[in-house]
Design a protein around this ligand. Sequence first.
Ligand code: ATP
Length: 332
Amino acid sequence: MALPATEPDTARPRDTATSHETPGPTSREDGPTPAFRVRGLTLGYGAEPVVRDLDLDIPAGRTTVLIGANGCGKSTILRALGRQLRPVSGTIEVAGRDLARVKAREHARSVAFLPQSPLVPEGLTVAELVARGRHPHRRWWGGGDDDEAVVADALAMTDTAGLAHRRVDELSGGQRQRVWVALVLAQATDTLLLDEPCSFLDLAHQLDILDLVHDLPMPGAPGEAASGTSADSGAAGDDSPGSGSAGDCSADDQAPVRRTVVAVLHELSLAARVADHLVAVADGGVVAAGPPDEVITRETLRRVFDLDADIIADPLTGHPVVLPRSRRKRTA
Ligand SMILES: Nc1ncnc2c1ncn2[C@@H]1O[C@H](COP(=O)(O)OP(=O)(O)OP(=O)(O)O)[C@@H](O)[C@H]1O
């Protein structure tokens, strides 16, 4: 993976097997194999667990968004999926395989992880940084055939081509955040784990980035650029809430044709707009999971955020829109 050097505060799992062995793709439970199947997962950084006995399925080829209050464990869950934090106990399966048995390089070719606060490498240009996304694909005798095209494509898609020769440490917060997304796209993985990818972005760029990653076809899918990403991939959005369009799966084998995205977002209306699958987290556990219009309820928001809110449907798309009511000025 291109990012481990930027994630200094977490323990990395071994490449070796644990006692939770799964030999290969599995159909032990009904339905299609999820991108991630989490069972009985306990996570923490010291004596006290942050996440306890978590069960969670992340659907393949869909965009899942984790929402929840500060400190509830969203990033911790994402780090575990990204192989940045070794579980205390429990299992994580990635595409039906025990994550603990997947080699780091293999994982980096299929799962890209963007942490919440990546360390900015001193002196590196944008183009040099984004090119690091190709490391997992490099062969021992040199780079991959498509490296230049992939990097150019990633820069174009994130509106950062004009910054290619600027130093990353001299960019604004929002410019830098788009460059991190470009780095993740350059990895050309089936799965993207994005921890608050929009926190520094203006509203237009938030929508651009989220629509872009939501609609990304799988690397190598028809209509894809040779890079594994496509400059016009953002055009095919389905705006209905919890949408799972026919285009999500290939006709023959139900294999997803869109990438799996797991993102942490704080802006609830944006989360409801972009998510196919929404997961509300509180105290390291799942309070509600499903389509946004089922998860975004007054009761769930009260339980998860201790927040009173009115919820209306977007008149154009039908997505839930959250109108928060101040906690300091409760009216009832
Ligand atoms: N590296 C770490 N070492 C020790 N404790 C940590 C570490 N990272 C997170 N924690 C603790 O784990 C808990 C969950 O943190 P986490 O970052 O997962 O929350 P979060 O839901 O992503 O919060 P936020 O919305 O504020 O980003 C918090 O109590 C936090 O202080």
